[in-house]
Design a protein around this ligand. Structure first.
Ligand SMILES: C[S@@+](CC[C@H](N)C(=O)[O-])C[C@H]1O[C@@H](n2cnc3c(N)ncnc32)[C@H](O)[C@@H]1O
Length: 283
C-alpha cells in the first residue's frame, strides 16, 4: 500500500534507518553493514532522535530487521542463483552492495517504486543488475508477470524474499503472492518473514507492540495479518511449496547474535519461513 504522498512507504524508510542505525551504534561485528539505505532515504539530519529510533526501546526491532536481511543475503549467496526477487523491497540495498553476479528484481507498490527509481538515479546508485517492477499485491496484479517482463528467466532457479511485508497484506494477497513464487523453477527458494499475534510475544514486549500496532493503524499501515508459526508454514505449503522450514527469531539469535558483546538480539521479533519449490509435477 502506498502512502498518500508521493514519497516512499514510511515503513520502508523506518527499516532502512534501523539497518543504518545498527552500523552507527551497535558493537562490531555488524550483522549487516548497510549505510546506503539512510542515504537513499534522504531524511533530516536529526533522524536518530525519532522515537522509533530509540536505541534501547526498539532494539528488538533493529536486531530483527538486520537478522532477516542477513539470513536472506546468506541464502542468496549460498544458493548460487543468478536471479533474486525482492518483494516489497522498500529501500533494500542488496543490489548496490553485492558484486553484481546476481540480477535483482525489486517489486514494490507503484509510488514507492517510482520514488526509489528517481532517488537511485539522483544519487548515481543505479546498477545494471537492478530491475524495478512496480506492483500492488492487493490489486490483483501479477508480480511474476512484471518481473518476467523486466527480464527474469522463469526456467532458472530463483531466490525470492518478502521481508517485513506479510503483516501489511491480507491473507488472500499473501497466498496469491506465495502461489506465484511456488510456480517458479524447481529448486527456487522463497523466504518470508511474519510477525506473531501480540499475545504470542514475550510478556515484556507486549505493551510496546500494542503501542506500535496503534501507531501503524494511525499512520495508515495497519497490521492486517499477524500469523502463528503453524499458520505461516501452512500458507506456504498450501501455496504449493514442497517444503517449508520455520526459522524462529530464537534460531536467528543463535545463528547470528549468540556471541555479541552488546546484548543485541532479535528474539521475540519476526520469524522466517524458508520454502522450497519441488520438482515439476512432483508433490
Ligand atoms: C516494512 S517495509 C519492508 C521493506 C524491506 N523489505 C525491508 O526489509 O526493509 C514494507 C514494504 O512492503 C511494501 N508493500 C506493502 N504493501 C504492499 C502492497 N500491497 N503491494 C506492494 N508492496 C507493498 C511497502 O511499500 C514497503 O516497501
Amino acid at each position: 500500500m502506498d502512502d498518500m504522498t508521493d514519497g516512499p512507504d514510511t515503513t520502508a524508510v523506518r527499516t532502512a534507518l534501523w539497518r543504518g542505525l545498527h552500523g552507527l551504534i551497535d558493537d562490531r561485528p555488524l550483522v549487516v553493514d548497510d549505510p546506503l539505505g539512510v542515504l537513499i532515504a534522504g531524511v533530516d539530519d536529526d533522524w536518530r532522535s525519532r522515537p522509533d529510533m530509540d536505541p534501547q526501546r526498539t532494539s528488538t526491532n533493529r536486531a530483527s530487521i538486520v537478522a532477516r536481511a542477513r539470513a536472506t543475503e546468506d541464502l542468496v549467496a549460498g544458493s548460487g542463483v543468478s536471479q533474486y526477487v525482492v518483494l516489497g523491497a522498500g529501500l533494500d540495498t542488496f543490489a548496490q552492495r553485492q558484486a553484481g553476479a546476481v540480477t535483482v528484481f525489486e517489486v514494490d507498490a507503484p509510488a514507492t517504486s517510482a520514488w526509489k527509481s528517481a532517488r537511485l538515479s539522483e544519487l548515481g546508485l543505479r546498477t545494471d543488475s537492478l530491475r524495478l517492477a512496480p506492483v500492488d499485491f492487493e490489486a490483483g496484479q501479477s508480480w511474476l508477470d512484471a518481473v518476467v517482463t523486466a527480464g527474469l528467466d522463469p526456467d532458472l532457479p530463483t531466490v525470492v524474499s518478502m521481508l517485513g511485508v506479510t503483516m501489511y497484506l491480507t491473507r488472500e494477497a499473501i497466498s496469491e503472492t506465495l502461489r506465484a513464487a511456488a510456480s517458479l523453477a524447481p529448486g527456487s527458494v522463497t523466504v518470508f518473514s511474519y510477525s506473531r499475534p501480540i499475545e504470542m510475544a514475550p510478556a515484556e514486549i507486549q505493551p510496546i507492540l500494542h503501542v506500535a500496532a496503534e501507531g501503524a493503524r494511525a499512520s495508515g499501515h495497519p497490521w492486517l495479518s499477524l500469523l502463528a508459526p503453524a499458520e505461516a508454514v501452512t500458507l506456504a505449503r498450501d501455496a504449493g511449496f514442497v517444503d517449508a522450514e520455520l526459522v524462529t527469531s530464537t534460531d536467528l539469535h543463535d545463528r547470528y547474535f549468540a556471541d555479541r558483546t552488546d546484548g543485541l538480539s532479535p528474539a521475540g521479533g519476526e520469524d522466517l519461513v524458508i520454502a522450497t519449490v519441488g520438482p515439476r509435477g512432483g508433490a
